[in-house]
Ligand binder design. Structure first.
Ligand code: NAD
Length: 479
C-alpha cells in the first residue's frame, strides 16, 4: 500500500524518493487544501528508469504471451480487490465523485483483463499464405504520459496494451493525480511482473518528456493530453523517429434531429457531459438542435443542468464534484466571459460557486457567436453551447467546423439519417442515441487536431508492435 498520500517513484522494481527538486504538494480540489506529496525525478532517476527498461526488455519480450496475459489478469484481480481505497484516493486528488472514481477503476480493471485474456491472439503471427507470415513483435521501450482527468483508465489503456505487446514502459503519470499509477504498479508487481518492465515517474513534465525522448532506446511515445503539448512532443519524437500515439483534445458535437426523443436525449447528454465536471476529452461540448424542437430542448436541458447537485465528492448525494484544479476555473471564467462579451446568453450557471474548492456551476449557453473562444478552444469543463439548425447540410457543416475530431453524437430514429451522419461527421467515434466513452475492446483515435494513432482493442496493441514480414521460398511453420 502507498505510504499515506506521499507517493514515490517506482524504478527497477523498487519504490524510491526522487532526487530531483522538493516533492510536489497534492491539493484537494474539494477544499483547495494540501494533503500529500509526490516525488520529483531527476535526470539521474530517469536514466535509471531507462536502464531498468533496457535491462528487462529481452526478458519481457521473450516471456510467452499467455504468461504476460496471466500477469495482467492477476493484476486486474488485485486492483479490483483494492478498488475502494484506490477510488477514494483518486476522488480526493481529482475531485470526481466517489461513484465516478469507482466506475473509472472498474473500467481500468476491465482493460487489464481484456488485454490479458486475449494475449495470445493479440500477439500471434498472421499468415498471409503458406510462405508468408507477419510476426507481431514488441516495438521496444514505451514512454507513456497520462493526464489528470481519467488517470486510472488512461494509465490502464497504455500499460495493458504495451505490456501485452511485450514492451517495457516508463509511465509519467500526472503529478496532480499520482495514486492510480501507484496502485497499478503495485498490482503488477504483486502479480509477478519482472522488475524494470514498468517504471513510474513524476516531476517536471517538460524535462521528463525531453529526457526520455532524447534516448533512441525509447521506440514509442504514447501521450494523452492537450493538443499544444502533443504537438511539442511529436516534434521531440521526430528527432529519433519514435512512433507516436497522440490522443489529444476534443470539441465534440451532438446533433439532435426533430424526430428524437427529446427528454431521453437531454438526460443522456447531461449524465455523460457532467461526469468528471465535464473534464473529459470526448465529452460533448456543442449541441446542434433541429429548429422545431430547439426551444423545448433548451428548456429541458436548462432544467436538468440547473438541478444537478454540485458538492463534495465524498457525499453520496453529490452528482458533480469540483473541477480538478484552479487552471480550469480560470479557463471557465475566460471562455464564458468571452462568449458573454460577444452576446451569448447564460441560461443557467455561468459562474464559480462561492465556497472553498474549485466548484463551477453547470452552465448552458445559447446564441454563442461562432468566433467565440469557447467554440474554438477545447472547453474541458461543465459547459455546453446550444444552437438551432434548419437543414441536415447545415448541421453537418456546423458539426465539422471545429479543428478537433475526436467524438460526435447523433440523436435520431431515422436509419437513413444515422447512416448519412456516420459517414459525414469527421470524428474518430460516433455514438447514436446514446453517449458512449472508451471501451477496452474497441479502437479510439482522433482526427485533425485531436491526434493520431489508436488506443483500445486490437489496434491499440498494434500501436506497440512492429509487424515483421517473413517470406520464404518454401512453406514455413512459424504460425
Ligand atoms: P497542459 O496542457 O499543460 O497539461 C496536460 C497534460 O499534459 C498534463 O497531464 C501535463 O502533466 C502533461 N504535460 C504538460 N506538458 C508536458 C510536457 N512537456 N511533456 C509531457 N507531458 C506534459 O495543461 P493542463 O492545465 O493540465 O490541461 C489543460 C488542457 O489539457 C485542457 O484544457 C484540455 O484541453 C487538455 N487535456 C486533455 C486531456 C485529454 O484527455 N485529451 C486530458 C487532460 C487535459
Amino acid at each position: 500500500m502507498p505510504d499515506g498520500s506521499n507517493y514515490k517513484l517506482f524504478i527497477d522494481g523498487t519504490w524510491r524518493s526522487g532526487t530531483g527538486t522538493a516533492d510536489i504538494a497534492l491539493i484537494n480540489p474539494a477544499n483547495a487544501k494540501p494533503f500529500g506529496s509526490v516525488a520529483v525525478a531527476s535526470a539521474g532517476d530517469l536514466d535509471d528508469a531507462l536502464n531498468a527498461a533496457r535491462g528487462s526488455a529481452t526478458l519481457w519480450a521473450d516471456t510467452p504471451a499467455h504468461e504476460r496475459g496471466a500477469i495482467l489478469v492477476r493484476a486486474a484481480g488485485i486492483l479490483a480487490r483494492n478498488i475502494d481505497t484506490a477510488a477514494t484516493a483518486l476522488s480526493q486528488e481529482q475531485g470526481k465523485t466517489l461513484a465516478e472514481a469507482k466506475g473509472e477503476f472498474a473500467r481500468a480493471v476491465e482493460t487489464f483483463e481484456w488485454n490479458g485474456r486475449h494475449a495470445e491472439e493479440l500477439t500471434a503471427p498472421a499468415s498471409i499464405d503458406e510462405k508468408r507470415t507477419v510476426l507481431h513483435e514488441p516495438a521496444g521501450i514505451v514512454a507513456a504520459f497520462t493526464p489528470w482527468n481519467y488517470p486510472a483508465v488512461l494509465n490502464a489503456r497504455k500499460l495493458a496494451a504495451a505490456l501485452v505487446a511485450g514492451c517495457p514502459v516508463i509511465l509519467k503519470a500526472a503529478e496532480e493525480t499520482p495514486s492510480a499509477g501507484v496502485y497499478m504498479a503495485e498490482a503488477l508487481q504483486e502479480a509477478g511482473l519482472p522488475a524494470g518492465v514498468v517504471n513510474l515517474v513524476f516531476g517536471n513534465p517538460a524535462m521528463i518528456s525531453e529526457h526520455l525522448l532524447a534516448s533512441p532506446s525509447v521506440r514509442v511515445l504514447s501521450f494523452t493530453g492537450s493538443t499544444p503539448v502533443g504537438r511539442r512532443l511529436a516534434k521531440h519524437a521526430a528527432e529519433n523517429l519514435q512512433r507516436c500515439v497522440l490522443e489529444l483534445g476534443g470539441h465534440s458535437p451532438v446533433v439532435v434531429f426533430a424526430d428524437a426523443d427529446i427528454s431521453k436525449a437531454v438526460s443522456a447528454i447531461s449524465e455523460y457531459k457532467f461526469e468528471c465536471a465535464g473534464q473529459s476529452c470526448n465529452a460533448p461540448s456543442r449541441i446542434l438542435v433541429a429548429r422545431p424542437v430547439y426551444e423545448d430542448f433548451v428548456d429541458k436541458l436548462v432544467e436538468v443542468a440547473g438541478n444537478i447537485k454540485v458538492g463534495r465528492p465524498d457525499d453520496p448525494a453529490t452528482e458533480m464534484g469540483p473541477m480538478a484544479n484552479p487552471r480550469r476555473i480560470e479557463a471557465m471564467e475566460r471562455l464564458i466571459g468571452d462568449a458573454v462579451s460577444r452576446g451569448a446568453q447564460v441560461k443557467t450557471g455561468g459562474a464559480r460557486i462561492d465556497q472553498p474548492g474549485f466548484y463551477w456551476a453547470p452552465t448552458i449557453l445559447t446564441e454563442v457567436p461562432s468566433d467565440s473562444l469557447i467554440l474554438t478552444e477545447e472547453p474541458f469543463g461543465p459547459v455546453l453551447t446550444v444552437a438551432p439548425f434548419d437543414t441536415i447540410e447545415e448541421a453537418i457543416t456546423e458539426a465539422n467546423a471545429s479543428d478537433f475530431g475526436l467524438a460526435a453524437y447523433v440523436f435520431t430514429h431515422s436509419h437513413e439519417i444515422q447512416r448519412r451522419m456516420a459517414r459525414a461527421l469527421s470524428a474518430g467515434a460516433l455514438s447514436i442515441n446514446y453517449l458512449k466513452g472508451v471501451s477496452a475492446d474497441a479502437p479510439l483515435g482522433g482526427l485533425k487536431q485531436s491526434g493520431y494513432g489508436y488506443e483500445g482493442g486490437v489496434e491499440g496493441v498494434r500501436s506497440f508492435q512492429n509487424l515483421k514480414l517473413v517470406n520464404s521460398a518454401s512453406p514455413i511453420g512459424i504460425a
